[in-house]
Design a protein around this ligand. Structure first.
Ligand code: WT7
Length: 647
């Protein structure tokens, strides 16, 4: 072990659900006796028909497919609610903390969640929803967001959550791709004291979406919105007219549970499909292992339900385990940078789970905002979404957790369903910046560019050698794209798109994406998406987008733009283009820098050499850093790019 490591604290080693020996034995069994192991693990769920088969997946082209527990029957909503009613019906399932610290938090017991979810499920049914239909959810961080996921799961409808920060155009694209027949939204959202016009965005999006027949609207702020007669329904009015009970639909383990759109290196966002049994098992098992979850714990994942982190670790994982999960409407630093820790104190939170970008932003504001709060309830500190820099790790550990709380750095992806490489607090010595070791059944490998498996301490491309229960099953509507995207670069293996280093102790260190995906504040953005948005503007002839290191966001968005002949570069046009991208995709895609470039570095065959663009954006402009430019069609464009670098 290097000096830079934090051994399992003694009290954790003694009292945790799993100690070192137990984790090692459990992992070994998950590989050596996989089917028996997984059929046993599957018993943590309530099955209508228990499965007799576990993994039947293949990554080979001839019999390609991902399939788990295929003869099992269950319902996700019943697993997250009904089965807890007898033992903890009165226990709080959801705590809701509103955006404003002056507004009243709300609490829902499991029994109350049951009624809310059943009523919403019956409203969806009355609006025409049937098993297998797609329902798009475009909601703020209110309890109804969780109810909506669970209501869809209850009736066997497939939810597709679209993050409330996406534009009407982005929303429309996601509705059209999966042919949603129903949208659930709210009048408005609230974030950091401002309102977000969700219903108005839906109205704009639906101009292009003939498949949508009904819109169910939650009254969240009470703001005035237009309601289209015959299409739009107020949830509170409809919910009063339906029964407070709705029988859960029996679902096959491989029936679709949800679609979640995520960015790739090429093309438009992909609809990642997760199914019922394997996903729920994976979310609930990893929630228990990573967070040493105990009945009665108050647990807060400060992500948005619009991302996979929110699906797996605000809703499905914790509720399947009978936890109390906190849903926070706002942002960590509103109205002050102490808010996040004030919420911890207010609700006596044991586990908090957030992103490095939030930690870096809070760290910058100064320790006094942390010291002004108690944080004595905290036991564990989680992080997810991007590599955590050791400085932020140490701040989280020593200032926020006062050295008491293990840091749980979880590496995973929308595609993996839930955590893949992560510590177990009682079992894993920690190293700042490493996500540590694989979860049960996960076989990570590091391969070189030719796909050779590298052994021991090494660095290269991170792949996963065999299927795990929470793996995505397909790209909605494009099974061939699923295979091509993930299983052809290194045949027979799942390609993560991440680079990683493995040290002499077998610990994994994620080094970041090796493809054209950028990670902005823990959110994934395809460079191709931003480029497509830019070239839609009438002044833009061509655009190339790359990531560059950014102090707070992890990576920022740097765009090189070639204008049409009749357009002149100006600061005003730069502002216009930034606004344009925001309205085409959403604020998360806001370019941090736009450089007007008369020409882009292209090979003679016309391919843009992004390597050079990345170096210039990073400020690495020496001849050595830029490397060989002699293969360019016009090497002189590089001088111009270097001379006009932004920032
Ligand atoms: C990409 C996946 C995981 C859910 C939220 C993001 C990066 C994620 C870590 C981590 C280093 C991380 C990877 C990955 N990433 N977690 N703990 N350490 N990198 O899900 O939007 O699908 O993005 O986020 O690059 O491929 P996502």
């Amino acid at each position: 072990m290097s000096d830079d490591f934090f051994p399992v604290p003694e009290d954790w080693a003694k009292n945790a659900l799993m100690d070192k020996a137990a984790r090692a034995a459990d992992y070994a069994r998950s590989i050596d006796d996989a089917d028996a192991y997984w059929l046993e693990r599957a018993q943590r769920l309530d099955w209508i028909t228990p499965p007799t088969r576990a993994n039947e997946s293949s990554f080979a082209e001839a019999d390609f497919g991902v399939k788990w527990f295929a003869d099992g029957v269950l319902n996700v909503s019943a697993n997250c609610i009904d089965r807890h009613l007898a033992t903890r019906g009165d226990q709080t399932a959801i705590i809701w903390e509103p955006d404003s610290p002056d507004a009243e938090p709300r609490r829902y017991s499991y029994a109350q969640v049951h009624e809310q979810v059943c009523r919403l499920a019956n409203v969806l049914k009355a609006a025409g929803a049937r098993k297998g239909d797609r329902i798009t959810l475009y909601l703020p961080m209110i309890p109804e967001a969780a109810f909506a996921l669970l209501a869809c799961a209850r009736i066997g409808a497939v939810h597709s959550v679209v993050f409330g920060g996406f534009s009407p155009e982005a929303l429309a694209g996601r509705i059209i791709d999966c042919d949603s027949t129903l949208v659930v939204t709210a009048d408005e959202g609230r974030r950091a004291g401002k309102t977000v016009p969700l219903k108005a965005n839906v109205d704009a999006a639906l101009k292009d979406c003939p498949s949508v027949k009904k819109v169910v609207v939650v009254q969240a702020t009470g703001g005035t919105v237009a309601m289209t007669p015959g299409r739009d329904l107020w949830l509170h009015e409809e919910a009063a007219n339906v029964l407070p009970d709705c029988p859960p639909e029996p679902m096959n383990a491989e029936d679709p549970l949800f679609i979640l759109y995520t960015s790739g290196s090429t093309g438009k966002p992909k609809g990642v499909l997760h199914t019922t049994g394997g996903y729920l098992l994976w979310a609930s098992l990893t929630h228990e292992l990573c967070f040493d979850y105990r009945p009665g714990d108050i647990y807060w994942c400060a992500a948005d339900i619009g991302w996979v982190t929110g699906h797996s670790y605000i809703v499905y994982g914790p509720l399947a385990n009978g936890a109390t999960t906190l849903i926070y409407e706002g942002v960590p630093n509103y109205p002050t940078p102490a808010r996040i820790w004030e919420v911890v104190d207010r609700h006596q939170v044991q586990t908090i789970f957030t992103a490095p970008t939030a930690l870096r932003a809070l760290m910058k504001e100064g320790d006094e905002f942390v010291h002004s709060t108690s944080r004595k309830s905290l036991r564990l500190l989680g992080t997810v979404g991007e590599p955590i820099n050791p400085e932020a790790w140490r701040w989280y550990h020593s200032i926020v957790g006062e050295g008491r709380c293990p840091i749980i750095d979880t590496w995973w992806q929308t595609e993996t369903g839930a955590a893949m490489i992560a510590p177990t607090p009682g079992a894993t010595d920690l190293k700042p910046g490493s996500a540590t070791l694989p979860m049960p059944g996960v076989v990570p490998q590091i391969v070189d560019a030719e796909g050779h498996v590298l052994e021991g301490a090494t660095e290269g491309n991170l792949v996963i050698a065999q299927s795990w229960p929470g793996q995505m099953r397909t790209v909605w509507g494009d099974h061939d794209r699923f295979f091509q995207t993930y299983f052809t670069t290194f045949p027979g293996k799942y390609t993560t798109g991440d680079g990683a280093r493995r040290d002499a102790d077998g610990y994994y260190w994620i080094t970041g994406r090796v493809d054209d995906v950028i990670n902005v504040s823990g959110h994934r953005m395809g460079t191709a998406e931003v480029e497509s948005a830019l070239v839609l503007h009438e002044s833009v002839a061509e655009a190339a987008v790359v990531g560059f290191p950014h102090d707070i966001k992890g990576q920022g968005i740097y765009a090189y733009v070639t204008l049409n002949a009749h357009d002149e570069p100006s600061d005003e046009l730069r502002k216009t283009l930034i606004k344009w991208v925001r309205s085409e995709i959403g604020p998360i895609a806001t370019p941090d820098a736009i450089q007007f470039a008369p020409g882009l570095p292209k090979t003679r065959s016309g391919k843009i050499m992004r390597r050079i663009l990345r170096k210039i954006a990073e400020g690495e402009v020496s001849a050595q850093a830029l490397g060989d430019t002699s293969t360019l069609a016009d090497p002189s464009v590089v001088d111009n790019l270097v001379a006009n670098r932004q920032g």
